[in-house]
Design a protein around this ligand. Structure first.
Ligand code: GLN
Length: 226
Protein backbone atom coordinates (compact mmCIF):
# COMPACT_ATOMS: atom_id res chain seq x y z
CA UNK A 1 0.00 0.00 0.00
CA UNK A 2 1.38 3.40 -1.03
CA UNK A 3 0.11 6.20 1.20
CA UNK A 4 0.17 9.74 -0.16
CA UNK A 5 -0.70 12.59 2.21
CA UNK A 6 -1.61 16.12 1.15
CA UNK A 7 -0.89 18.41 4.11
CA UNK A 8 -3.27 21.26 4.96
CA UNK A 9 -4.79 21.99 1.55
CA UNK A 10 -6.84 24.73 3.26
CA UNK A 11 -3.61 26.57 4.09
CA UNK A 12 -1.29 25.35 1.34
CA UNK A 13 -3.60 24.82 -1.59
CA UNK A 14 -3.10 27.86 -3.74
CA UNK A 15 -3.17 27.30 -7.50
CA UNK A 16 -4.46 23.74 -7.34
CA UNK A 17 -1.42 22.19 -5.69
CA UNK A 18 -3.71 19.58 -4.12
CA UNK A 19 -3.91 18.12 -7.62
CA UNK A 20 -0.38 16.76 -7.18
CA UNK A 21 -1.77 14.07 -4.86
CA UNK A 22 -4.46 13.08 -7.38
CA UNK A 23 -1.85 12.76 -10.12
CA UNK A 24 0.50 10.58 -8.06
CA UNK A 25 -2.36 8.36 -6.89
CA UNK A 26 -3.78 7.89 -10.39
CA UNK A 27 -0.42 7.23 -12.04
CA UNK A 28 0.42 4.64 -9.38
CA UNK A 29 -2.99 2.95 -9.60
CA UNK A 30 -2.76 2.67 -13.37
CA UNK A 31 0.44 0.67 -12.83
CA UNK A 32 -1.41 -1.71 -10.50
CA UNK A 33 -0.39 -0.25 -7.13
CA UNK A 34 -2.71 -0.09 -4.17
CA UNK A 35 -2.87 3.58 -3.12
CA UNK A 36 -4.40 5.52 -0.28
CA UNK A 37 -4.70 9.28 -0.79
CA UNK A 38 -5.02 11.06 2.54
CA UNK A 39 -5.75 14.70 3.31
CA UNK A 40 -4.42 16.19 6.54
CA UNK A 41 -6.87 18.86 7.65
CA UNK A 42 -6.40 21.42 10.40
CA UNK A 43 -6.58 19.64 13.76
CA UNK A 44 -5.57 16.22 12.36
CA UNK A 45 -2.55 14.26 13.58
CA UNK A 46 0.11 13.76 10.92
CA UNK A 47 -0.96 10.67 8.97
CA UNK A 48 1.55 7.87 8.35
CA UNK A 49 2.51 8.07 4.69
CA UNK A 50 5.32 7.31 2.27
CA UNK A 51 4.82 10.59 0.36
CA UNK A 52 4.00 14.01 1.84
CA UNK A 53 2.86 16.91 -0.31
CA UNK A 54 3.13 20.58 0.64
CA UNK A 55 1.63 23.23 -1.61
CA UNK A 56 1.82 26.98 -1.96
CA UNK A 57 0.09 29.49 0.27
CA UNK A 58 -0.26 33.09 1.26
CA UNK A 59 2.12 34.47 3.87
CA UNK A 60 -0.20 34.13 6.90
CA UNK A 61 -1.43 30.56 6.23
CA UNK A 62 2.18 29.61 5.40
CA UNK A 63 3.27 30.65 8.91
CA UNK A 64 0.39 28.75 10.50
CA UNK A 65 1.24 25.60 8.53
CA UNK A 66 4.84 25.87 9.73
CA UNK A 67 3.69 26.22 13.37
CA UNK A 68 1.45 23.17 13.07
CA UNK A 69 4.07 21.03 11.35
CA UNK A 70 6.83 21.77 13.83
CA UNK A 71 4.66 20.41 16.65
CA UNK A 72 4.05 16.95 15.22
CA UNK A 73 6.20 14.16 13.81
CA UNK A 74 6.64 15.60 10.30
CA UNK A 75 10.29 16.62 10.73
CA UNK A 76 11.32 13.24 12.10
CA UNK A 77 9.41 11.38 9.38
CA UNK A 78 11.26 13.35 6.73
CA UNK A 79 14.59 12.67 8.44
CA UNK A 80 13.63 8.99 8.45
CA UNK A 81 13.37 9.08 4.65
CA UNK A 82 9.78 9.92 3.72
CA UNK A 83 9.41 11.28 0.19
CA UNK A 84 8.38 14.95 0.03
CA UNK A 85 7.28 17.29 -2.74
CA UNK A 86 7.12 20.92 -1.60
CA UNK A 87 5.84 23.75 -3.78
CA UNK A 88 6.52 27.46 -3.19
CA UNK A 89 5.39 28.25 0.39
CA UNK A 90 6.00 24.55 1.11
CA UNK A 91 9.57 24.93 -0.16
CA UNK A 92 10.12 27.98 2.04
CA UNK A 93 8.76 26.22 5.14
CA UNK A 94 11.26 23.34 4.80
CA UNK A 95 14.15 25.80 5.08
CA UNK A 96 15.91 27.48 8.00
CA UNK A 97 14.21 30.88 7.80
CA UNK A 98 11.77 32.80 5.64
CA UNK A 99 10.79 36.45 5.59
CA UNK A 100 8.09 37.00 3.03
CA UNK A 101 6.01 39.60 4.85
CA UNK A 102 7.77 42.85 5.64
CA UNK A 103 11.18 42.35 7.21
CA UNK A 104 10.08 39.93 9.91
CA UNK A 105 12.00 36.70 9.76
CA UNK A 106 10.34 33.41 10.71
CA UNK A 107 11.93 30.10 11.60
CA UNK A 108 11.29 27.34 9.10
CA UNK A 109 11.28 23.64 9.91
CA UNK A 110 15.07 23.58 9.45
CA UNK A 111 15.01 20.38 7.39
CA UNK A 112 17.13 21.78 4.54
CA UNK A 113 19.75 24.54 4.64
CA UNK A 114 17.92 27.14 2.54
CA UNK A 115 16.81 30.66 3.43
CA UNK A 116 14.14 32.86 1.88
CA UNK A 117 14.15 36.64 1.92
CA UNK A 118 11.62 39.00 0.45
CA UNK A 119 12.57 39.74 -3.18
CA UNK A 120 12.68 43.19 -4.77
CA UNK A 121 9.57 42.39 -6.78
CA UNK A 122 7.01 39.63 -6.98
CA UNK A 123 7.72 36.88 -9.50
CA UNK A 124 4.58 36.09 -11.47
CA UNK A 125 4.45 34.13 -14.69
CA UNK A 126 5.32 30.95 -16.49
CA UNK A 127 8.45 28.98 -15.74
CA UNK A 128 10.67 26.66 -17.71
CA UNK A 129 13.36 24.84 -15.75
CA UNK A 130 16.08 22.52 -17.03
CA UNK A 131 16.23 19.59 -14.61
CA UNK A 132 19.24 17.54 -15.64
CA UNK A 133 18.35 17.78 -19.34
CA UNK A 134 14.60 17.40 -18.89
CA UNK A 135 12.25 20.36 -18.96
CA UNK A 136 9.94 21.22 -16.10
CA UNK A 137 7.07 23.61 -16.80
CA UNK A 138 4.81 25.48 -14.40
CA UNK A 139 3.96 28.94 -13.23
CA UNK A 140 5.11 30.93 -10.24
CA UNK A 141 3.63 33.63 -8.04
CA UNK A 142 5.75 34.50 -5.04
CA UNK A 143 7.49 37.35 -3.27
CA UNK A 144 10.31 35.32 -1.74
CA UNK A 145 13.82 34.77 -3.08
CA UNK A 146 15.56 31.66 -1.84
CA UNK A 147 19.26 31.00 -1.40
CA UNK A 148 20.66 27.52 -1.05
CA UNK A 149 23.19 26.61 1.61
CA UNK A 150 26.44 24.92 0.72
CA UNK A 151 25.91 21.38 -0.46
CA UNK A 152 22.22 21.86 -1.29
CA UNK A 153 21.65 21.13 -4.97
CA UNK A 154 19.04 23.11 -6.91
CA UNK A 155 16.28 21.17 -8.62
CA UNK A 156 17.26 22.75 -11.93
CA UNK A 157 18.41 25.75 -13.91
CA UNK A 158 15.85 28.42 -14.76
CA UNK A 159 15.34 29.06 -18.49
CA UNK A 160 12.24 31.23 -18.02
CA UNK A 161 10.94 32.85 -14.87
CA UNK A 162 12.69 33.48 -11.55
CA UNK A 163 12.49 30.31 -9.44
CA UNK A 164 14.72 30.80 -6.39
CA UNK A 165 16.73 33.74 -7.65
CA UNK A 166 16.58 34.03 -11.46
CA UNK A 167 19.22 31.35 -12.04
CA UNK A 168 18.04 28.16 -10.35
CA UNK A 169 14.78 26.71 -9.08
CA UNK A 170 13.98 24.73 -5.96
CA UNK A 171 16.20 22.09 -4.46
CA UNK A 172 16.71 18.36 -4.35
CA UNK A 173 18.00 16.64 -1.24
CA UNK A 174 17.71 12.90 -0.55
CA UNK A 175 14.03 12.11 -1.17
CA UNK A 176 12.89 15.74 -0.96
CA UNK A 177 11.98 17.73 -4.06
CA UNK A 178 11.11 21.42 -3.89
CA UNK A 179 10.11 23.83 -6.64
CA UNK A 180 8.44 27.19 -7.11
CA UNK A 181 6.32 25.71 -9.92
CA UNK A 182 2.55 25.49 -9.43
CA UNK A 183 0.27 24.13 -12.04
CA UNK A 184 -0.25 21.69 -10.28
CA UNK A 185 3.29 20.82 -11.27
CA UNK A 186 2.80 17.04 -11.42
CA UNK A 187 -0.20 17.34 -13.74
CA UNK A 188 1.94 19.43 -16.10
CA UNK A 189 5.07 17.24 -15.91
CA UNK A 190 4.27 13.50 -16.06
CA UNK A 191 7.97 12.52 -15.94
CA UNK A 192 8.39 14.41 -12.67
CA UNK A 193 5.41 12.62 -11.08
CA UNK A 194 6.92 9.27 -12.09
CA UNK A 195 10.34 10.17 -10.71
CA UNK A 196 8.80 10.89 -7.32
CA UNK A 197 6.71 7.71 -7.43
CA UNK A 198 9.70 5.59 -8.39
CA UNK A 199 11.70 6.94 -5.47
CA UNK A 200 8.88 6.29 -3.00
CA UNK A 201 8.17 2.81 -4.36
CA UNK A 202 11.84 1.90 -4.85
CA UNK A 203 11.14 0.46 -8.27
CA UNK A 204 10.92 1.39 -11.94
CA UNK A 205 7.45 2.01 -13.32
CA UNK A 206 6.20 0.91 -16.72
CA UNK A 207 5.69 3.79 -19.17
CA UNK A 208 2.22 5.33 -19.05
CA UNK A 209 1.28 7.10 -22.26
CA UNK A 210 -1.55 9.61 -21.94
CA UNK A 211 -2.80 12.96 -23.18
CA UNK A 212 -0.71 14.53 -20.41
CA UNK A 213 2.42 13.77 -22.49
CA UNK A 214 1.05 15.69 -25.50
CA UNK A 215 0.06 18.66 -23.36
CA UNK A 216 3.49 18.61 -21.74
CA UNK A 217 5.28 18.61 -25.11
CA UNK A 218 3.13 21.45 -26.40
CA UNK A 219 3.79 23.54 -23.32
CA UNK A 220 7.56 22.96 -23.47
CA UNK A 221 7.58 23.90 -27.16
CA UNK A 222 5.55 27.06 -26.56
CA UNK A 223 7.75 28.20 -23.69
CA UNK A 224 10.96 27.42 -25.56
CA UNK A 225 9.88 29.56 -28.52
CA UNK A 226 9.08 32.77 -26.69
N1 GLN B 1 3.92 33.45 0.51
C1 GLN B 1 5.05 33.04 -0.24
C2 GLN B 1 5.66 34.13 -1.11
O1 GLN B 1 5.00 35.07 -1.52
C3 GLN B 1 4.68 31.84 -1.09
C4 GLN B 1 3.69 32.14 -2.17
C5 GLN B 1 3.13 30.90 -2.85
O2 GLN B 1 3.17 29.82 -2.29
N2 GLN B 1 2.61 31.06 -4.05
O3 GLN B 1 6.85 34.05 -1.40
Amino acid sequence: MLRIATLFPDLLGTYGDGGNGLVLAERARRRGHDVRLITMELGDELPEAEIYLLGGGEDGPQRLARDLLIEGSFVSRVHDGATVLAVCAGLQILGETFSVEGDDEFEGLGIVDVRTKRGRSRAVGEMLVDVGGRELVGFENHGGETSLGEGVAPLGRVRRGRGNDGTVDGFRKDSIWATYAHGPVLALNPWFADEILQTALGQELDPLVSVADDLYSERVAALSLR
